[in-house]
Design a protein around this ligand. Sequence first.
Ligand code: Q9C
Length: 690
Amino acid sequence: MGTALLYHEDMTAARLLWDDPQCAIETPERLTAALERLRRRGLERRCLRLAAREASEAELGLVHSPEYVALVRGTEALDVEALRELSAQYDAVYFHPSTYHCARLAAGAALQLVDAVLTGAAHNGLALVRPPGHHSQRAAANGFCVFNNVALAAKHAKQSYGLHRAPSISSRMTPGELGVGHGPFLGPHSGSGAWPGVLYFSWHRYEYRHFWPFLRESDADAVGRGRGLGFTVNLPWNQVGMGNADYLAAFLHVLLPLAFEFDPELVLVSAGFDSAIGDPEGQMQATPECFAHLTQLLLALAGGRVCAVLEGGYHLESLAESVCMTVQALLGDPAPPLPGTLVPCRRYGERGEGRWAGRRPHPTLPRSALESIQSVRAAQAPHWASLQHQGQWGPGRGPTHICAMGRERGVTLTCLPAMAPAPSPGASSLEGRPLPLLPREPAYKVAALSCRPSPPICTAVVLTTPEATLCLPPGVVRQEEAAPQEEAEAWARPHGALAQGEALTVLGKVLCLVDRILDGQVGSGITAIPAPALAATLDVSIRRGLFHGAQRLLCVAVGQLDRPPDLADDGRTLWLNFRDEQAAALSVFHVSVPLPGATGGFLSCVLGLVLPLAYGFQPDLVLVVLGPAHGLQDPQAALLVTLLRGPAGGRVLALVEEGAGERALPGPTQPARADGARGPVQPLGHRRHG
Ligand code: Q9C
C-alpha cells in the first residue's frame, strides 16, 4: 500500500521535429524535470514505483474509433514531411515516429494506476505521462493530446470494476488543468450527454470564450444533458492571474460540495499544472503549495482513492515543484502553508483579457473568480441539494462577522455574497474599529516553515484507560510522556475540575502533546478527556499553545461549550462554536453558529464557512473539541478533523469528551470516508454474488 508512481522513460522519446511555436512548449524535459525533482526530494523512493505498460488496441477502443487508432499506429512509419502534414490537420498537435508508442504507454499508465488503486495495491497514485490526453477526441488528436488517458481510465474503472458512482469527479482538472481551456472531452460531452455514474468537473482558462479552444460548451451554463444533467460542471476563469485564494474558493464552494454529495468511489484527476505560476499557457498564479492543499482536500473523497494523471504544465520549475507537492500530499505529508495572503485575483476590466492588465479594477463588479463561482453555483443549484443550503447560517452573526474579518485581512474566501446574509445592524460598528491583528511574518519565515520535514510521529493519542480500547492504525502511537507533575499542577491551579486524579494525569499528557505538536515532533493528536474536565482542559490547552509559540490558534468547538471567559480577545485566538442556540458573539474572533442538523448541512457549513475561515486565519494550531451534545456522527467528526489539517500544516489536536466519538477519528494518512468503508474495491471477477 502507499502511493503508486507510474512512469516509463520511453515517454521522453516524442518531440517536435520542426518549427511550430504553438507546440514548442510540450517537451520531453517536462517529464525528466519532474522525475529528477522527485528523486532529489527523496519522494520517488517513498512511492511504489511501477513501470508503465502499453495500452492494448482493444483498450484504446474503449474510447477511440478503430480507424483513428489505426491512423495513429500508421504514423510510426511516416517520414518527417508526412508527419508534419498530418499534424497540420489537427489543432495544436505534432506527431513523431515514437508518438504511437508514447501515447500507448501514457494510456497504459493511467489504466495501470486505476488497477493499482482499485485492487488495493496502492492507496492512490500519480502517472507521469506524455503525451497528455484530455483534449483528444474519439477520432482526433487535439491540443498536444493523442489518446484520452483519463477518459480511458474512467471507462476501464467502470467496466472492469463495476463502480457505480465511478470514476467520479474531475476528469481533467484538479491539480490545475486550465491551460487550455475546455476541450471536447470524450465523456460527459459525447452522445447522450453523459457517462452515467461520472461526475465531471473542469476549471479552465476561458476569458469569456476568447481563449483556446473557444468552445461555447466550456461555459458554466453547460451542465450536461438528459440523464447527465448536473454531472458536467464547468468553472470558466474569465481572467488570467487566478491564484491560491481563487482555486481554494473554487474547491470549497463548488467542487467539494458537489463531490461529497456525489460520494464517488474513485477520483480521477487530470492534473494540468499549467494553472501554476509562471506557466506560459495558463498565465495563472497558483503557487506549488496550492497543489498540496487541493490534493489533500481530494483525499477526503472516495476513501482516498485518488488517481492523478499528468496533463499540461510547461514551466519546468513550476511543474517540478507542483508535482512534488502533489506527491507529498498523496503520501500523507502535511501541506506546507500557502505563501502570502489569500487575496482573490483582482479584476482588470469587463472583458478581463490580458491586455486589460494595468487598468484600474472595476469598482462595482465582484471579483472575477467569485463571479465565475457564483455562475456555476447558480447553474448547478437545480441539480444539487448541497448548493441549496446556502445562506443557512444567516441571519445569525457568524458569516457577517467573518466578512468583516475577511475584509480586514484581505481574505474573501468566505465572502460569497450569496452565502452571507445582509449585515446586521450591530456589525457595522465593527467597520471603523481597527482589528488587533498581529503583523504578518516576513516571507522568508514562511519559506523556512514550508521546508519543515514531516514530523517523525504522525498522530499521538492520549487515552484514559490503560488497556488499549482502540486498535490503533499504523502511524498512530499512544502518548505516555507527560509534563512534570508540578508543572501540570501549576497550569491546573485556576480550575477546580483539574485538581487531581485522572483529570490531572490527562492534563500533564495534553500539555506535553501540545508542545510536541508545535515543536514538529508529532503531527496531530487525539485526546479523550473525562467529561467534567473538558472545559478546563480546553482552556489550559489554548493557553499552553499560545504560550508555547503558536502565533494564532483556531479552536473549533462543537457542542455546549463556552469560550474560556478571560481569554484575551487580541486576534491570536479564533473561537468558532457550533451549538444548539447561538451565543452572543462579542468580536470577529468569536463566532457562534447553530449546529446544523442534517448531514449535508453540516458539511456545507464546514466547506463554506469553517475552512474559509481557517484558511484566512492561518493558525499554527487547530483545536477541535467535541463537547456535550455535539451531535456529530463519527464520520462527520472524522471529516472535520481531516479537513482542518490543511490550514494548520497538519497541526490539529482533537479534544474529545470521553465516550463521545474518539474512536472515529482517523490517523492522518487514512482519510475519512462517509460510509466508513476502507480498502480495495474488488474487481468484478472476484466479487461474491448473492
Ligand atoms: N495561445 C494541454 O495542456 N495552445 N494542451 C493554444 C493558445 C494549445 C494544451 C494556443 C495548447 C494545448 C494538454
